[in-house]
Ligand binder design. Structure first.
Ligand code: SF4
Ligand code: SF4
Length: 222
């Protein structure tokens, strides 16, 4: 039987110990570490006199820029949701956080979501729902301050999701400017390449009319 104690007082040679000849030789100053310690202390001292960027959250709240992706919300337009319950956002949502039920309506959009829910415990703030929505009816808001006391509270229905379009103006303007742009690119692009939704198929681009309103106004002028 092998003697298991025979190598106890001999250092084991491994790849590291065998290659020690190739290690960089330290200078005397590097070996005593003190200059490096003082360098670190000097850096810390310099930082102490720089302007402070820390915010005293939650007393001080951060106002994110329009590019920020906070919780997704439904756009409310003239007191009603823009959503036509097409289900694309639910289909595109990677963690299956969205659920809805479509119903018919007398309005010109014909369908609306009888209920629309986002499970905020599942949402990963990816923005895919906003990306695929043909009506610009779901957008990423600035809201990042979410608190729930139970799992049920984290399921947001239309009562919590609907936000007036005026309160989402910054994000909507941002989308109009940047949607479908190549990642990381900021060159000037053709606005007609940016046509994304029925809402945006507006020949004059800046009339602010939906396709239906645009056709109506054309009928009147013809
Ligand atoms: S942001 Fe992403 S994860 Fe959240 S609801 Fe939209 S698609 Fe789903
Ligand atoms: S993709 Fe847009 S219109 Fe379609 S169900 Fe989602 S929010 Fe509504």
């Amino acid at each position: 039987m092998a003697d298991l104690t025979q190598n106890l007082d001999k250092p084991v040679r491994n790849a590291l110990t065998e290659n020690h000849e190739n290690e960089r030789k330290l200078t005397i100053l590097e070996k005593i570490y003190l200059p490096e310690i003082f360098k670190g202390l000097w850096y810390t001292l310099k930082q102490m006199f720089k302007p402070k960027v820390t915010m005293m959250y939650p007393e001080e709240k951060w106002d994110p820029p329009a590019i920020f992706r906070g919780r997704p919300v439904l756009v409310e337009d003239n007191g009603k949701e823009r959503c036509v319950a097409c289900g694309l956002c639910a289909r595109a949502c990677p963690p299956l956080a969205i659920s809805m039920q479509a119903e018919e309506t007398e309005d010109e959009k014909e369908r609306y979501p009888a209920f629309f829910e986002i499970n905020m415990l599942r949402c990963i703030y990816c923005g895919f729902c906003e990306e695929v929505c043909p009506e610009e009816a779901i957008v990423m808001s600035k809201d990042y301050d979410l608190v729930y006391h139970s799992r049920a509270e984290a399921i947001y229905g239309k009562d919590k999701l609907l936000v007036d379009k005026e309160d989402l103006k910054e994000r909507l303007d941002f989308l109009k400017e940047y949607k479908n742009r190549q990642f990381g690119q900021f060159w000037k692009f053709r606005q007609d390449n940016n046509i994304h939704s029925v809402r945006d198929r507006d020949e004059e681009w800046d009339t602010g009319l939906s396709l239906v309103d645009l056709l109506e106004s054309k009928k009147e002028t013809d």
